[in-house]
Design a protein around this ligand. Structure first.
Ligand SMILES: Cc1ncc(COP(=O)(O)O)c(C=O)c1O
Length: 362
């Protein structure tokens, strides 16, 4: 049975305290030129890249709840990890600094980039985050089991240095480390509620949300929100790193934990989790011609910058699915722009060389 109303769901979310960190609601706009160009469904974009914290992105929605928990537990440092140019780590470092907390980041080199300070890493350095760099396999995303020992080591070192550290699991998505519940994912239940309100004043019923999925919390929160309000809107998660079989199980488990934490009347089922792994292309974080063509196409058509690791692959998927007839001409689709644009800059060499090649071929 769905929640009785948007307000009923809102009051369940409000039981979870959070800090004031981001600009909400994020804007929603129609992608007029893209819609026209594809000649199929109506396409809208929700600008989660405009949350405001450290160049914006989906992670700051999660951090509203997580930073509150860090302060509640009287911790004065956060330890988290991801890849070298991680959007998650940057957002965490900025949110931590805003609340007087020391950010300690473990960054894995899972793709070939020069060690120079650029993109998110430059911003991490400006924030004076404590940074530990570790090697990782190229083109394969680092998994929690690969990071567990080093994170524990860093937690112990932080304690030795006099901190009371808080261990935030990957992407702030699942429960684990110092987080008993998937409170980050609640941020995306709230984003779904926000979208429902926007859909009412736009007078548009959305059939699909499509977005890049990585550690699963964004998708899990959106699915939990959609199920709670009746399940009409389908959530399509475009994986940038993991095969769909195992990843769908992870998203389902976060979505169910999130629904249970919120005491929702409807708990998501495996049939609610729709993951596509066909668009990982050459591997996690690897910038190829397809990615650069999409970056350029959306910049030219809509004046919007996507990022090269997440949102360009999700947009690639959206365009491909429209061309393959996955959607009907009457469908209304929201593309979630989840941020990540600082990663354009450390990839400038590759991006410009693909753009130059295109020009030479024309
Ligand atoms: C720009 C961007 N989009 C999407 C995602 C995926 O979000 P989630 O980790 O909640 O699945 C990430 C995660 O790092 C991201 O940085």
């Amino acid at each position: 049975m769905p929640e009785s109303s948007i307000n009923a769901l809102k009051s369940k979310i409000e039981l979870f305290p959070r800090v004031d960190l981001i600009h909400m609601p994020t804007p929603i706009n129609k992608m007029e030129h893209l819609t026209k160009e594809l000649g199929g469904p109506e396409i809208y974009i929700k600008r989660e890249d405009l949350t405001g914290l450290a160049f914006g992105g989906n992670k700051s929605r999660k951090l509203q709840y997580i930073i509150h928990d860090v302060l509640d537990k009287k911790c004065d440092a956060v330890v988290t990890w991801a890849s070298l140019q991680s959007n998650w780590c940057l957002q965490t470092a900025a949110a931590a600094r805003k609340f007087g907390i020391t950010p300690i980041l473990v960054l894995f080199k899972s793709y070939d980039l020069p060690d120079e300070y650029d993109g998110n890493m430059l911003l991490d350095i400006i924030l004076d985050a404590e940074i530990k760099i570790r090697d990782a396999e190229k083109g394969r995303v680092v998994r929690p089991e690969d990071a567990e020992d080093v994170v524990e080591e860093v937690m112990q070192e932080a304690r030795k240095n006099g901190y009371t550290p808080y261990n935030i699991p990957l992407g702030g998505s699942m429960a684990g480390g110092s987080m008993e519940k998937p409170i980050g994912s609640i941020g995306y239940v709230e984003s779904f509620v926000e979208l429902e309100v926007q859909s009412q004043y736009l007078n548009v019923d959305f059939d699909y949300i499509i977005h890049a999925t990585g550690s699963g919390g964004t998708q899990a929160g959106l699915v939990a929100g959609a199920c709670a309000l009746g399940g009409r809107t389908k959530i399509l998660g475009i994986s940038v790193s993991e095969g769909k079989e195992n990843f769908s199980k992870l998203v389902l488990s976060i979505a169910r934990d999130t629904a249970n934490a919120l005491k929702l009347k409807t708990v998501p089922l495996s049939s609610d989790i729709l993951v596509f792994d066909e668009y990982i292309q050459d591997g996690y974080g690897i910038v190829n011609k397809g990615v650069v063509d999409i970056l350029r196409f959306i910049a030219i058509k809509e004046g919007i910058f996507l990022d090269p690791v997440y949102t360009s692959k999700a947009m690639y998927a959206l365009i491909d699915l429209v061309k393959k007839g996955y959607f009907s001409g009457k469908d209304k689709i929201v593309f979630y722009h989840t941020g990540g644009t600082p990663a354009l800059f450390p990839n400038k060499g590759l991006i410009t060389s693909f753009l130059r090649d295109n020009k030479a071929r024309a």
